[in-house]
Design a protein around this ligand. Structure first.
Ligand SMILES: [Zn+2]
Length: 294
């Protein structure tokens, strides 16, 4: 199999790294300028988008002070040199709002083609993860006092015991195990009917990504793997994951699935694959890349 280039990812990551974390993060709305900004507004797993000339776009508002949301808007950085904010609202509030833009509606984040733009996917992921983390970190885990947004870091701070808390990211490894032109695919009990994917598992504390790959494959299907090859990574904000993908060659063993985690697992040749995961996911990109290289 040819080595799959990851140049595209590196380029886009470089652009994202220029995002400026704010010196003006705070617990008040005072920092929200009266200039136009991109707003990443969520209703559960759906994001507000505007349709212009049959194309979905990010909505740009001057400010949204008229929304009475339970959460303070969160500053995210800049996208295309424009400030970005994240906000979560509830369905009832959405229906009551007289939005200052036409043709806006909520769309499923993980199913909407606009997010095939990887940089935009990263920003939307940051928005959704930051909103989740903001709710989950209201109080200090050490002393129980309320946390406040740090003035200079994308973090929270307890002014009672002086502890800092940075946003939580939960890494998980994806492994595409291959044997000749076959891919090992499995389905969990919670997958939609007929859908199979490559194997996945969370990284445990004190474990390298490679160790996770070997352990998860062995635990889930009882086989050993060799020659891991890094493919790429992807933020996956459901709710706070970072997916890291590897290809691996089959080494030894017969499929012996863990019945609690895995409903079914089998080898599939590339010309007879089952139904895939959704096209925005890293696992789907890995399957597509493997098939294209056969
Ligand atoms: Zn504290």
């Amino acid at each position: 199999m040819r080595v799959i280039s990851t140049k595209k990812f590196h380029k886009e990551a470089l652009v994202l790294s220029t995002l400026k974390h704010s010196e003006n993060c705070s617990d008040s709305n005072d920092h929200i300028a009266a200039a136009p900004a991109f707003w990443f507004i969520f209703k559960q797993d759906d994001m507000l988008l505007q349709t212009i000339d049959h194309q979905l776009c990010l909505p740009k508002f001057t400010n949204l002070f008229f929304i009475s949301s339970a959460q303070t808007p969160l500053y995210l950085g800049t996208y295309e040199e424009t400030p970005c904010y994240a906000l979560e609202i509830h369905e009832k509030i959405h229906r009551e709002i007289n939005w200052p833009l036409k043709n806006i509606a909520f769309h499923a984040l993980k199913l909407t083609s606009i997010f095939q733009n990887e940089l935009l996917w990263c920003m939307a992921s940051r928005a959704k993860q930051r909103l989740f983390w903001d709710k989950m970190s209201q109080f200090c885990g050490y002393c129980g006092n309320p946390m406040i947004h740090h003035k200079k870091e994308p973090a929270k701070w307890c002014n009672h015991c002086n502890k800092m808390l940075f946003p939580r990211i939960s890494p998980a490894v994806l492994v595409l195990v291959h044997k000749n032109n076959q891919i090992l695919m499995a389905r969990s009990h919670h997958f939609p009917d007929g859908i199979y994917s490559i194997l996945a598992g969370f990284v445990e504390q004190g474990e390298t990504l490679e160790q996770t790959a070997h352990r998860e494959v062995y635990e889930e299907v009882g086989i050993t793997i060799k020659n891991l090859q890094y493919f790429g990574s992807q933020p996956w904000p459901f709710p706070d994951n970072l997916m890291i993908g590897f290809f691996a060659e089959y080494e030894a063993g017969e499929i012996d699935r863990d019945p609690i985690e895995i409903e079914d697992a089998a080898w599939f040749s590339v010309d007879n694959l089952p139904s895939f995961p959704n096209p925005l996911s890293l696992s789907r990109r890995m399957i597509d890349a493997f098939v294209a290289n056969q």
